[in-house]
Write a protein that binds this ligand. Structure first.
Ligand code: SF4
Ligand code: MG
Length: 353
């Protein structure tokens, strides 16, 4: 696989010494080469922290991150540097991640030069013109005219800037791209074109992609598989089509009930589940870090405060992560009410009662 995450934990010190905030609390996931895995959840669920740990912009408290089989979890900056060609990240806000003083030619050309130097291959003979040529080729691949190379970020639109950061991220042909809300800071009118671009590039180049978003329509369009995160934990995973056709976890059912479907009768029949409250200040309060920062063992379902189906057991016992059989490969779910054969409760029915 391009990416293998096992038992990832990231705790932060809570303000005023009150224990720790468990932003990520035992996440495991795999992204195959050429596979797009969508990581979805509300803001505050910990999905961006997973992304930052994967590309080592943040260091996990515990657990392991492997890129193409290499454990990068605790490598020093120096040892990590040559490996950085294998993975890259595109952020939500391209303006914040592009140096305003640099021209696009340098922004996109820099990783090219850097990694040729580091990996020791053929910088000799790689002339300025050759780098320039490659930059223009990359710009063309992300749908920008060659002249863009001489502009600076502020001379470009938001959509063009995001195309530049995609070109930079893909310059050295990584096997894994983490895309963290790559379209949510963009005008609605250009979001679709940037998503299409990502889909085309992914198909042509075959990199693995961890696509982090709260936009379910986007994830349905792009992802092969989806993992749903809630309060630092993945509560359901499934092939994308199966998740949309039959969400098992009550939280996933609630999330998907808000996505418009193109078929009017289906839309009318579908009941919207409106969850009470949000993630702020709920169960993601201060807790004590486990010994050595291992995932916190909780004695409840993290979703019980908002689940329309919660019952006594949900408040005293954490549901196991179980693997269910499915036509398109296995899926996993963590809810007491989902039976071993995959029979799931209907949160909407309980909700309107
Ligand atoms: Fe709801 Fe209980 Fe299932 Fe958690 S375990 S999702 S609270 S029914
Ligand atoms: Mg985020």
């Amino acid at each position: 696989p391009a990416l293998e995450v096992r038992g990832l934990v990231r705790h932060f010190a809570a303000p005023r010494g009150k224990g720790s905030v468990r932003a990520v609390d035992g996440v495991s996931l795999t992204v195959g080469r050429g596979e797009v895995v969508g990581l979805v959840g509300e803001s505050g669920s910990g999905k961006s922290t997973v992304g930052r740990c994967v590309v080592r912009l943040d260091t996990p408290t515990a657990g392991t991150v492997r890129i193409g089989g290499t454990d990068i979890t605790r490598l020093s900056r120096r040892r990590l540097r040559p490996l950085r060609k294998d993975f890259n990240i595109v952020y939500q806000d391209p303006s914040a991640s592009l140096d305003p003083r640099m021209r696009v030619s340098r922004i996109v050309g820099e990783p090219l030069l850097l990694h040729r130097v580091v990996s020791g291959t053929a910088l000799r003979g790689c002339t300025r013109d050759e780098v320039r040529g490659r930059v223009e080729e990359l710009l063309g691949q992300v749908g920008l005219p060659p002249g863009t190379a001489d502009r600076r970020p502020h001379e470009l639109s938001g959509g063009q800037r995001q195309r530049v950061s995609i070109a930079r991220a893909l310059a050295v042909d990584p096997m894994l791209l983490v895309a963290d809300e790559p379209t949510s800071a963009l005008d609605v009118s250009v979001q679709a074109s940037v998503l299409n671009l990502l889909a085309d590039l992914q198909r042509d180049r075959g990199f693995g992609c961890l696509f982090i978003t709260h936009d379910l329509a986007a994830v349905e369009f792009l992802a092969d598989r989806i993992a749903v995160m809630y309060l630092g934990e993945i509560i359901e995973t499934a092939p994308a089509a199966e998740l949309f056709a039959a969400p098992k976890h009550p939280y996933t059912q609630a999330l998907l009930s808000a996505v418009p479907v193109p078929d009017p009768p289906v839309q009318r029949a579908r009941k919207r589940i409106v969850l009470q409250g949000d993630l702020s200040g709920s169960a993601l309060g201060p807790g004590l870090p486990g010994p050595g920062g291992v995932a916190q063992t909780v004695d409840h379902c993290r979703f019980h405060t908002r689940c329309p189906l919660a019952f006594d057991r949900c408040r005293t016992e954490a549901p196991e992560h179980r693997t269910l059989p499915g036509p398109g490969g296995t899926r996993t779910v963590a809810c007491h009410l989902v039976a071993d054969d995959g029979t799931a409760p209907d949160a909407a029915a309980a909700h309107v009662r």
